[in-house]
Design a protein around this ligand. Sequence first.
Ligand SMILES: [Zn+2]
Length: 279
Amino acid sequence: MKLSYLCPVCRGKLKQHENAFRCPKGHSFDISRKGYVNLLTTKGHNPDKAGDNKEMIRARSGFLDSGHYEPLARKVGTLIDDLTSDIKEPAVIDSGCGEGYYTVIYSQIAGRCELYGVDISKHGIDHAASRARSAAPKPDNVFFSVGSAFSLPFKDSTADIVISTFAPVSNDEYARVLKPGGRLIIVSPGARHLFGLKRVLYEKPYENEPNRYALSKFTLEDTLTLEYSVTLECSEQIMQLFTMTPYYYKTSKDAADRLRAVSRLETELGFEIRVYTKN
Ligand SMILES: [Zn+2]
């Protein structure tokens, strides 16, 4: 591991001793059997309930395993590989990595990089660690920890890239952990993302608003877009996709029932990939 974890209690440097990470003050964090470490303190969080729950993780993972978002994962993985081609032993933090679907693909494509997946959901990280273990080829350059995107368990100015894929964005925290000139990659939905799904749910579907981030410590360097259509051939997949969208929480029961009756859905997918440089 090129990056060291920081103790969430005293911010001291954690060192691995057998099956735990320990800081000089004696705070200790066990490494799970699957190989990840939980660095989320109970202060301000209930570690069992923070972030996505088991059902959400299962639905999202089930959908992502269908491969419909693989072109996105591959495009971003290639971008990470390109951006780090001149860097010796690059370190990439995947902030808000959830169930680790993207992290594992990024680590396979950008094989020179070490990938550090962090998420506030213990269920997500547990799933991510299993995913990495069962991946083929099995990556040896990916490390997972439970932690907050707003208090990442890493030292100042140590990462080459921070990536946020449909995850929270923190101007101050991402600037803190990045090296001078380090890159921030933000992946977010484009205007037409999931328009076919919205056509079923809403009478008058609207395009997504442009994404705006208050990133005073970064300069936008490049914006890439990726758009394509997919056809979902069964109700289970359609409902899995629905569960992982924000619409799941703000759609009426009637509209959700309408979707449940659909057995085939064609929809646009649209993504924006923004590359920022730390000022
Ligand atoms: Zn400590």
